[in-house]
Design a protein around this ligand. Structure first.
Ligand SMILES: Cc1ncc(C[n+]2csc(CCOP(=O)(O)OP(=O)(O)O)c2C)c(N)n1
Ligand SMILES: [Mg+2]
Length: 546
């Protein structure tokens, strides 16, 4: 068999549905082998976006998303997406081409050491040097990408190897179950929790990766221990639950941090420090139980006293089974925190000013999105507003990046959600800065006939950095830019463009766009003038009153 045909057979055996990317001449054998396969090739307009789509596909399905590029410049365009998948714990396979490795007449033209370049960004990076190696290399790549902690892997498939013949056979997936935590540690965890006075549950990214929500729901129901989440843990449990103390979006000083400061034990389900820490541990401070698939990375702000390692859902189930609700647990302060949060979340949610006020924006989006609707955020200051104020109802319905925290992934990750959940409402929410980093993918979305709503929050600036600049008491400088007319811009791609001109137009317009087919771009002027006052000062002052 031709090696490129075998490679595609190996992808089919891994049940790959899509490959996202841009082929170059070094991928033409592979491309030809894909022609009659069950794998759909989806062209994008930039490799970075292809990588973001593949990574988010992996995040939502648990199966490695696959992307393809040529050698040199195509492969270097994958760098940010590789880091996004690797830090975000998203399974992704990048396949890049290469010039012939046996003989080449092109000198060093376009040659970059891509395998080496990928080393710090991946769990596994290899050049395929012979067709006979394809079955093991591909299987190994998928195993590594999907195994906890998931991440990015890379295979380089040179042109001459793709064209050669091989009679190697595929290696099927083994049947495997994740190891579960050991009984004695579970017992110790139960003892620690039962002995605590003010225990609190923290829900992080790894709890969102697997089906942990049912087990956690049972645990919280049985114990009535309040919980809060990291940004990547949003939605594992319904945030409308009266025991929910919200999401840690700021680093400190928020209402939820008052609860954290008051706790004597934090039961951490699935947070690891690759995500921005939701709170900082101090010597002699709160005790932490680390429940995860893998042990805790040693870090000055995170050094848990007990670790329960193994399948998370199983660990939570084992603890749930053994634990007895204690009358000595005191949640009264936590419930008071929840009251303060509830009142604070109403602040500004019906503010009529225009350009629109961030709390009003979040409230309007929440009102129009169904419980299973997915919002995909790019990276900017609105991410803090959504993480704090948007109550997620279901698992993985708030896609944001709090690990690499890159700009440019909002639209591509919404496109991935669209492909994985064809029946749901999907909305990308981007800053005017982040949107323009991958806005060319509007063409891809239109070509794929996606139903998608894209909000562009327009402050004509890199608002997040302006907000930090203000917090550091520096005068405003070098963060303001101009924008295209986003309505015309959308229309030029064959999408539909809309502009909000009053704050009460936004809700009905979004509702219309979610119902109407096609790609809808909504230009939303936003008023960030109070970010500094509210996020840097008011919240800290108000939370002190609890
Ligand atoms: C690729 C990348 N470049 C730079 C940054 C640093 N950064 C974080 S947020 C931000 C500004 C975002 O601006 P915009 O998308 O307009 O959102 P806004 O904060 O204005 O709502 C910048 C420059 C980043 N996170 N990622
Ligand atoms: Mg902006």
């Amino acid at each position: 068999m031709k090696a490129s045909d075998l490679f595609v057979k190996a992808l089919e055996a891994e049940e790959v549905e899509y490959i996202f990317g841009i082929p170059g001449e070094e991928n033409l054998d592979l491309l030809n082998s894909l022609r009659d396969s069950s794998v759909k090739m989806i062209l994008t307009r930039h490799e970075q976006a292809a990588g973001f789509i593949a990574a988010t596909y992996g995040r939502l399905t648990g199966k490695a998303g696959v992307c393809l590029s040529t050698l040199g410049p195509g492969a270097t365009n994958f760098v940010t997406a590789a880091a996004y998948a690797q830090l975000g714990g998203m399974p992704m396979l990048m396949i890049t081409g290469q010039k012939p490795i046996k003989t080449s007449k092109q000198g060093q033209f376009q040659i970059v050491e891509i395998v080496d370049m990928m080393r710090p960004l991946t769990k596994y990076t290899k050049q395929i040097v012979s067709g006979d190696n394809i079955p093991s290399r591909v299987r190994e790549a998928f195993r590594m990408a999907e195994e906890e902690r998931p991440g990015a892997v890379h295979l380089e498939f040179p042109e001459d190897v793709a064209a050669e013949g091989t009679d190697a056979r595929l290696i099927p997936r083994s049947r495997v179950r994740r190891p579960v935590s050991e009984e004695k540690t579970v017992k110790q965890a139960i003892e620690l929790i039962e002995r605590a006075q003010r225990p609190l549950v923290l829900i992080g990214a790894a709890a969102n990766r697997k089906l942990t929500s049912r087990m956690l729901h049972r645990f919280v129901e049985k114990t009535a221990i309040p919980f809060f989440t990291t940004q990547l843990g949003k939605g594992v449990l319904d945030e409308r639950d009266p025991l929910c103390l919200g999401t840690a979006a700021l680093s400190s000083g928020d209402f939820v941090h008052r609860a954290i400061d008051h706790a004597d034990l934090i039961i951490n389900v699935g947070h690891d420090v690759v995500e921005k820490p939701p709170f900082f541990m101090k010597p002699g401070g709160v005790q932490v139980i680390h429940i995860n698939f893998f042990s805790a990375i040693v870090d000055p702000v995170y050094f848990p006293q007990l670790e329960v390692i193994g399948d998370i859902a199983n660990s939570v189930w084992q603890i749930s089974e053994g634990i007895k609700k204690q009358s000595s647990w005191d949640s009264s302060y936590f419930l008071k925190v929840r009251d303060f949060i509830d009142k604070h979340l109403l602040d500004g949610s019906d503010d009529e000013r225009f350009p629109i006020f961030p709390p009003r924006l979040v409230a309007e989006v929440r009102r129009v999105m169904p419980s299973d609707g997915v919002i995909a955020l790019d990276n900017g200051v609105y991410k803090i507003w959504f993480a704090r104020n948007y109550e997620a109802h279901q698992q993985n319905t708030v896609l944001l990046d709090n690990a690499l925290a890159t700009m440019g992934a909002g639209l591509p990750s919404a496109m991935a959600a669209r492909l994985v959940y064809p029946e749901r409402s999907v909305m990308a929410i981007c800053g005017d800065g982040g949107f323009m980093m991958n806005s060319q993918e509007l063409e891809t979305a239109v070509r794929l006939k996606m139903n998608l709503v894209i909000l562009i929050l327009r402050d004509d600036a890199y608002g997040m950095i302006r907000w930090k600049q203000a917090a550091m008491r520096f005068p405003d400088y070098a963060l303001v830019f101009g924008n295209p007319d986003f309505v015309k811009y959308a229309e030029s791609y064959g999408a539909q463009g809309h502009r909000v001109t009053r704050s009460d137009e936004l809700g009905p317009l979004m509702a219309h766009c979610l119902r109407a087919p096609g790609v809808h771009v909504i230009d939303v002027p936003i008023d960030y003038s109070e970010n500094d006052r509210i996020l840097n000062r008011e919240i800290k002052e108000k939370s002190k009153l609890i």
